[in-house]
Design a protein around this ligand. Structure first.
Ligand SMILES: [Zn+2]
Ligand SMILES: [Zn+2]
Length: 181
């Protein structure tokens, strides 16, 4: 629980500047999605307006993802922006708001805080997941896996396609793909 700021530490007229780190296993990320390889560093500031707090900052770490084409692991640097608005939770309830309550809040994420502490963990988690690319490539020109022999075509240049033995169904898919480009 390193990503927790006590509100008594935040003064009324000055930004509270912080630089915090948290261990990878504090974030419940589905291993199919990726595996954090580095502590998660969170830098930023909290400013106080009445009983509400505005967070601005950045998240950085490193995550191991799987290449969408060749299925080999790749290391992806996480660099995400963090922006949240914390309001006191009713009945000591912490966490995210119901969506209908969130309407007034423009684009900024609104979350409850409780027990005089602001827990940044959820906001950090959300931004890390959102920052991950949909298409993950180990290299721009990843050649992927040969649909014929199953070999990784980055490691071994198999001769399959040059023999002209392309499965006709694959050929149809390929020409469709080319049209979509
Ligand atoms: Zn690849
Ligand atoms: Zn092949």
């Amino acid at each position: 629980m390193n990503l927790v700021v006590k509100i008594e530490d935040i003064s009324d007229d000055e930004e509270f500047v912080f630089d915090l780190s948290e261990k990878p296993d504090c974030f419940d990320i589905d291993p199919e999605e990726g595996v954090l390889k580095q502590d998660v560093r969170v830098q930023g500031s909290l400013s106080k307006v009445g009983r509400e707090f505005f967070l601005k900052g950045s998240v950085s770490s490193e995550i191991e993802l799987t290449c969408s084409r060749c299925l080999e692991p790749l290391i992806y640097p996480i660099r995400a922006k963090l922006e949240s608005h914390y309001i006191p939770g009713p009945d000591g309830k912490a966490g995210e708001l119901d969506t209908d309550l969130e309407l007034h809040a423009s684009d900024i994420e609104v979350e409850y805080y409780t027990d005089d502490r602001i827990d940044l963990t959820q906001a950090v988690y959300d931004q890390m997941i959102l920052s991950l690319p949909l298409v993950r490539l180990c290299q721009e020109e990843c050649k992927g896996i040969c649909s014929h022999c199953g070999g990784n075509r980055n490691q071994k240049d198999c001769q399959c396609s040059e023999e002209g033995e392309i499965d006709p169904r694959m050929a149809v898919l390929r020409s469709l793909k080319d049209k979509l480009k």
